[in-house]
Design a protein around this ligand. Sequence first.
Ligand SMILES: [Cu+2]
Length: 68
Amino acid sequence: MEHSTLKIEGMTCMGCVRTLTSVLSALPGVNHVAIDLESGIAKVDHNAAMTSLDALGEAIEGAGFELV
Ligand SMILES: [Cu+2]
């Protein structure tokens, strides 16, 4: 299990946090997602063999946010 810490731009409210949390949680091998709105930091526990860091980034951008 990888513990990735990602910096995300574009989240403005708790609705964004909920949206992104559910998008990331739905990816295969993602175990836990914790997103802090104020800092823009997302902590994701994931099986990198199933969902790589790149795949997380693609999902984030696909949801309309930006991985910094
Ligand atoms: Cu929002």
